[in-house]
Design a protein around this ligand. Structure first.
Ligand SMILES: Cc1cc2nc3c(=O)[nH]c(=O)nc-3n(C[C@H](O)[C@H](O)[C@H](O)COP(=O)(O)OP(=O)(O)OC[C@H]3O[C@@H](n4cnc5c(N)ncnc54)[C@H](O)[C@@H]3O)c2cc1C
Length: 351
């Protein structure tokens, strides 16, 4: 995946081992400094006292736990934050409506394909390929119809062979897609508003994947079908299930006049010690924006809690000092650079 949609050369490519290496590395660092990472924990409520957040409640395997906190950074979907985790009175109706009506990016139909050969054998190279239908209008290129939509194709294992077992390869095919398609992709909903995936849903997503694979075979790789070991299809429902982002949007709110005018993006919430710190804090989304937002939110807390540390980190972020200057100041705890990447699943299989 090209971080920040940088299509040129190796600029901003993920590290060897793919995107999964980034959370592995971050998790190692958090543990290194003897802090905790809790996974599979859904935050349900932010606890408040006099317009201050005092902590939160989260659910893990059906059990509710409480965490006390001086500061909270919400790096999740912003409507979930306001509509589910906080009492309605926290946000004015005007702001809530603005957020609800914000112009957001599409979601994606994402097909992850396992090949029994090297992708180069089928004619692919390391480029990120855009395929568009000349007979479709500009709107139709991102309209969600698999026959007319633009497709984007990547060959992750060609750029990084550690991602596939010897003699095999991977392909990823994307198409812009929307939750509104066939009324939530033919799913139904339970009482809590969760999407229930049924046979119709599975049939529909595979039917669309087949159309895209047909288009790709015709245009670029006539032998593609014969080399597919298996494929997995993610829809807007899948992207929503894993991230909680509204309608499975890929990158949150779009940069543009209306969203700017309506101040959709914000770090500071009406609760003084509760910040937004993921892609929703800014317009534009993508990994670089999420990283920027997380960094800014952390800086805003440091500014209050430890001005010296704030100054040093802000100077480093603004490229006023080097990494060596940063370390020499010895304000932050030292790090011995001990992280080592684990073998990828494909490498483990090979070994
Ligand atoms: C198919 C697809 C392709 C993309 N391609 C690219 C690309 O090529 N380049 C690029 O730069 N960007 C790409 N993006 C966008 C990029 O992935 C996002 O912009 C980025 O991941 C946003 O990071 P984030 O940390 O702000 O939020 P997210 O990655 O959405 O993470 C939010 C996290 O919050 C958790 N969460 C949600 N609700 C709760 C709760 N109640 N309690 C606890 N945890 C909760 C979720 O489980 C999730 O882990 C793509 C996105 C998609 C879907």
């Amino acid at each position: 995946m090209p971080i920040g949609w940088a299509y040129y050369g190796d600029f901003q490519s993920p590290p060897k081992g793919g995107g999964q290496v980034i959370p592995e590395w971050l998790s190692y660092l958090v543990n290194y400094y003897q802090n905790d990472v809790f996974i599979n924990c859904g935050v349900e409520k932010i606890l408040l006292k006099n317009n201050n957040a005092t902590g939160l409640l989260f659910k893990h395997r059906g059990e509710v736990h409480e965490v006390k906190a001086r500061h909270i950074i919400a790096a999740c979907d912003v409507e979930t934050l306001y509509n589910k985790m906080l009492p309605p009175a926290v946000l004015s109706e005007k702001l809530r409506t603005r957020m609800q009506d914000a112009d957001i990016y599409s979601s994606s139909l994402t097909i992850s394909v396992a090949l029994d050969c090297h992708p180069g054998q089928l004619g692919f190279n390391e480029e990120l390929i855009h395929i568009s239908n000349n007979e479709a209008s500009i709107e139709e290129h991102s309209g969600g119809d698999p026959l007319k939509s633009e497709m984007v194709v990547l060959t992750p294992s060609l750029r990084d062979p550690s991602l596939a077992p010897e003699g095999c390869g991977t392909l990823t095919i994307f198409m812009p897609a929307y939750m509104s398609f066939k009324d939530g992709w033919l799913t139904t909903k339970d009482e809590q508003g969760n999407y229930i995936r049924n046979e119709d849903y599975r049939h529909l997503k595979n039917e669309i994947a087949e159309v895209l694979i047909d288009r790709l075979s015709k245009i670029i790789a006539p032998d593609l079908r014969a080399h597919i070991l298996f494929y997995d299809v993610a829809t807007p429902v899948t992207h929503w299930r894993y991230t909680g982002n509204k309608n499975g949007t890929m990158m949150g709110a779009k940069p543009g006049r209306e969203n700017m005018k309506n101040k959709v993006a914000h770090y500071q919430t009406p609760i003084s010690n509760l910040l937004v710190g993921g892609q929703w804090a800014e317009l534009g989304g993508g990994v670089p924006i999420a990283v920027k937002a997380g960094t800014n939110a952390a800086l805003m807390i440091l500014q209050k809690e430890n001005p010296k540390a704030f100054r040093l980190l802000a100077d480093y972020m603004d490229a006023r000092i080097t990494a060596e200057d940063f370390e020499a100041a010895a304000i932050f705890k030292a790090y011995d650079h001990s992280w080592q990447a684990k073998p990828t699943p494909a490498e483990r299989k090979r070994n």
